[in-house]
Design a protein around this ligand. Structure first.
Ligand SMILES: C[S@@+](CC[C@H](N)C(=O)[O-])C[C@H]1O[C@@H](n2cnc3c(N)ncnc32)[C@H](O)[C@@H]1O
Length: 302
């Protein structure tokens, strides 16, 4: 049942890559009755035979100005805005709410790409850190990679794509071994999930950037065997447990043990902003301790 008041409200309707077939009967009725149908060219392409006026949302800000204009001129016309997934999850919803009174808007979320991605890889996600690099700086992603956040979901974009993120992990030389799940075109006919193990990161980084669809979510999970070992923020300031360091598989236990490391750190009488060369660093445990104690120093470990 659709309230007659609907016609004075702008309905923001989430839609997936399954197009019309993914809408429920209520949202479909709203779309069918719309005098103005607004959305990206992909969203509008699902409704080629729709009789209403179609407005292609190219430039978002210009589009919103057009919508505001429509609301004031066509007070009783039914206006529907199509948005991908959940419009209030990194979507147009936030921008609409910042410029249009909330009582004029009604949201109808579809399943979000994030829900679909985690369902496909079959991993619970209530504890995931969600980061969007879609048109944003990768700063938060870098911080979380460095901190060893156990479960990260990244909304990517054509520039900051899974291949660039693999390169970033290699450049940052992060210790944490992440499993990479690249989840493309979720909910669509060409949906695809590709897995890369941490030791295949170089392979991923060498791929051609056009190989993945621009529509993808990247899920990064610390490989189960390493989970719990990389909560860096919960570790002591120095004297890290031996177990947090990666060992050479053929020489397990070959590491400068914690007690010796602590003695070395004391003997070194470290100061900030030094240049430190650790020649024959092995697993790099001493260098890593120095880097954590003196973040302004430059440490080279060979
Ligand atoms: C502006 S956000 C929109 C998110 C959307 N509101 C949602 O609920 O999923 C766009 C980003 O979401 C991701 N995305 C959206 N739909 C997707 C899909 N069907 N498959 C894979 N990723 C998707 C991509 O990372 C894309 O760059």
């Amino acid at each position: 049942m659709i309230n007659e008041m609907t016609e004075k409200i702008v309905d923001v309707i989430g839609i997936g890559l399954d197009g019309i077939s993914g809408l429920n009967s209520q949202t479909l009725t709203l779309v069918n009755r719309a005098k103005f149908l607004i959305g990206s060219s992909r969203h509008l392409s699902y409704f080629l035979s729709h009789p209403g006026h179609k407005i292609n949302l190219g430039n978002l800000q210009q589009g919103i100005e057009q919508i505001i204009d429509l609301i004031s001129k066509e007070a009783n016309a039914s206006i529907v805005i199509l948005a991908s997934g959940d419009p209030l999850f990194f979507g147009i919803g936030r921008l609409l709410l910042s410029q249009i009174p909330s009582e004029k808007l009604r949201f109808h979320p579809h399943i979000s790409s994030l829900q679909l991605a985690f369902s496909k890889v079959k991993i619970p996600w209530q504890d995931a850190k969600i980061i969007s690099v879609h048109g944003r700086s990768p700063e938060s992603l870098i911080k979380n990679l460095k901190q060893g956040t156990e479960k990260i979901a990244v909304l990517t974009d054509p520039e900051c794509n899974p291949i660039e993120i693999a390169k970033l992990c290699l450049d940052l030389d992060i210790l944490v071994p992440y499993d990479f799940y690249i989840c493309e075109n979720l909910g669509g006919k060409d949906e695809k999930i590709t897995y890369f193990a941490p030791w295949n990161l170089e392979k991923l980084a060498c791929l051609d950037s056009g190989i993945f669809s621009t529509l993808n979510i990247l899920i990064l999970i610390i490989s189960p065997i390493y989970q719990g070992k990389f909560k860096l923020e919960s570790l002591p300031k120095f004297g890290l447990p031996d177990s947090v360091f990666l060992n050479y598989p053929d020489r397990p236990g070959l590491i400068t043990k914690k007690e010796i490391r602590i003695a070395i750190l004391g003997q070194l009488e470290l100061q900030s902003s030094q240049v430190v060369w650790d020649i024959g660093a092995g697993t790099g445990s001493v260098s890593i301790e120095i880097a954590r104690l003196c973040p302004e120093s430059k440490i080279f470990a060979v």
